[in-house]
Design a protein around this ligand. Structure first.
Ligand code: HEC
Ligand code: HEC
Length: 493
């Protein structure tokens, strides 16, 4: 039995995972057969194990830090590559400086320098940014559990010890994953007080990302200019990723290509170090030295994985079966356009037809704010070997408009999965979208339903990735939720 399944820590989820591993025979068998090279889809479904890299280079396999044991563990709603339920959410640990008398975070360089000093003691990855991924699992199970306890000072846990406390810890973490969008704890002494917060990200669907990958930067920058020149509150800005290209992937548009996201997902979600991305470090180790082992997944395997993800078709629009349905669809879209949804959820961008996004970042108001990755520390070097830190503050309220194609299959919604239905998702829009939401609220009930039914029609569950996956395949014990589906019939006057 592996070391991690023996421990009681992180019991709930991991226990289910470990039990389920042997029930997925296909993935195991493929890789024993040295003759047969895994396809991209095999790699997407493959259940990885610690110390068993099957790549050409020999690394340390799954982990040491990981969020899932396969890509499909999270991307599974409506078939291989779909979105994920809240149980698959990824958690982010963020440190925030102490607040001033008006409860605003102190963002002066002295306060920030102090914050980063404290934060690095917590996790080596806090070197240059105020957020790190809070991995749900580690092969160093027990030690990691203790680290988590010390970071959170979980009150329920602190009072007890041993087995009971570990179950409580798991319960507490489960609650954070699915219930509270943001959980905050104050840390430090009065002088150097700071806050840590845990926030979460819902797993988006990958259906159609290959087409989004091909949208040109110019097409998105043109939308940015149009919004700038148009009167009204909607003023999206393009996210420019580290390589200078427009970011189209991730809730904040951090990455510009599926290839980049995939090598990062291998390293961060599964702990598979690769040529393009180092695997996540162990928080308890204070060593700043790189602990990178040899690669766990080869360049050619990553390429196959990327090709597979890029080949996933978008979910088609549900074709109306009758004239009546087609009329309702048209009216629904008219309402969607007239109340301003289409200003951000743009139907067609470049080659991506029916994508319903502008791929721009919008200020969505304080309700949706999340300060993760909002403070970056940069080092400015001067001649004569002098260097100085400066801090870049990003707007925590900005999110990239998500594509709406196929979203009927990928509830819950919003970056943290806080909305279970389209109606709830619309109501939590604020900021630049506030006017549009007011118009939605003022619609007659029937017209509102037309909008909701229109959104529902954007995911035809009789075509494309409609494969039902059993929990054995994706590993979680809770089956994914489907958004409710209702038929809309106009009452006779
Ligand atoms: C623990 C759950 C989890 C696992 C495992 C996982 N992902 Fe993801 N994936 C996510 C989440 C959450 C996001 C959104 C992240 C963000 O925006 O910050 C995401 C985003 C993506 C995106 C960008 C999609 C878009 O349109 O923005 C790609 C591509 C992707 N994942 C591919 C993969 C691949 C390939 C694997 C396996 C190597 C994988 N993921 C494993 C949860 C997961
Ligand atoms: C100012 C731009 C803007 C406008 C206007 C706007 N949205 Fe959005 N929409 C967004 C952004 C950005 C998000 C993601 C925010 C987040 O995750 O916190 C979003 C999320 C959504 C989602 C959830 C999608 C998912 O995959 O989680 C739905 C559904 C949606 N919008 C529908 C609508 C409808 C219907 C309207 C009109 C009433 C509308 N939106 C108006 C920008 C906008």
């Amino acid at each position: 039995m592996s070391t991690y399944s023996r421990s009681h820590l992180l019991r709930g989820l991991l226990f289910a995972l470990v039990l389920l591993v042997p029930t997925v025979p296909a993935a195991g068998r493929i890789f024993q057969d040295k003759e047969k090279q895994p396809t991209g889809e095999d790699l997407f479904k493959k259940v990885w194990k610690p110390n068993k890299a099957e790549a050409t280079d020999l690394g340390d396999g799954l982990g040491p830090m990981f969020n899932g044991i396969s890509c499909i563990a999270c991307h599974n709603q409506g078939g291989v590559g779909g979105g994920g339920d809240n149980i698959a959410n990824v958690q982010i640990l963020t440190v925030l400086p102490r607040q001033d008398s008006r409860r605003n975070f102190r963002l002066d360089p002295v306060a920030l320098e102090m914050l980063f000093e404290q934060a690095v003691k917590l996790h080596p990855d806090f070197e240059l940014q105020n957020s790190v991924i809070l991995h749900r699992s580690s092969v160093l199970n027990e030690a990691y559990g203790n680290w988590l306890k010390s970071v959170f000072e979980f009150k329920s846990v602190a009072k007890t010890s041993g087995f009971l406390s570990n179950i409580k810890l798991e319960e507490e973490r489960g609650r954070l994953l699915t219930e509270t969008p943001i959980h905050r704890v104050k840390k430090g002494s009065a002088r150097d007080r700071y806050t840590i917060q845990v926030s979460r990200r819902n797993t988006p669907s990958l259906f159609g990302v290959g087409i989004i990958d091909k949208i040109s930067d110019q097409d998105i920058l043109a939308l940015e200019s149009t919004q700038k020149e148009t009167d009204g509150p909607v003023k999206g800005i393009a996210s420019i990723s580290d390589n200078g290209k427009v970011g189209k992937f991730g809730w904040r548009g951090e990455q510009s290509s599926v290839a980049q996201f995939t090598s990062q997902a291998c390293a961060i979600e599964l702990g598979l170090s690769n040529a393009d991305h180092p695997q996540a470090r162990i928080p308890l180790s204070q060593s700043r030295r790189s602990q990178q082992p040899r690669h766990d997944i080869s360049k050619s395997e990553i390429k196959k994985l990327v090709d597979f993800v890029n080949s996933l078709d978008p979910i088609a629009v549900r074709p109306p079966k009758t004239n009546h349905e087609s009329e309702l669809f048209r009216e629904g879209q008219e309402q969607f356009n007239s109340i301003g949804c289409a200003e951000c959820h743009v139907q067609t961008v470049g080659i991506a037809q029916n994508v319903f996004s502008d791929f721009l970042l919008h200020d969505m108001g304080p309700e949706l704010a999340d300060a993760s990755h909002s403070i970056m520390k940069k080092v400015k070097s001067f001649p004569k070997g002098n260097s100085q830190h400066h801090f870049e503050i990003k707007n925590p309220q900005r999110w990239q408009t998500p594509p709406l194609w196929g979203s009927a299959l990928s509830a819950p919604y919003m970056h943290d999965g806080r909305a279970n239905s389209f109606h709830d998702a619309i109501l939590v829009h604020g900021g630049e979208a506030a006017t549009s939401v007011d118009k939605y609220k003022n619609l007659k009930p029937f017209d509102r339903k037309l909008v909701l039914e229109f959104l529902q029609s954007l995911g035809d569950d009789s075509t494309g990735g409609n494969e039902e996956l059993s929990p054995e395949v994706h590993g979680w014990s809770i089956p994914p939720k489907r958004s409710r589906r209702g038929r809309l019939v106009r009452k006779q006057p």
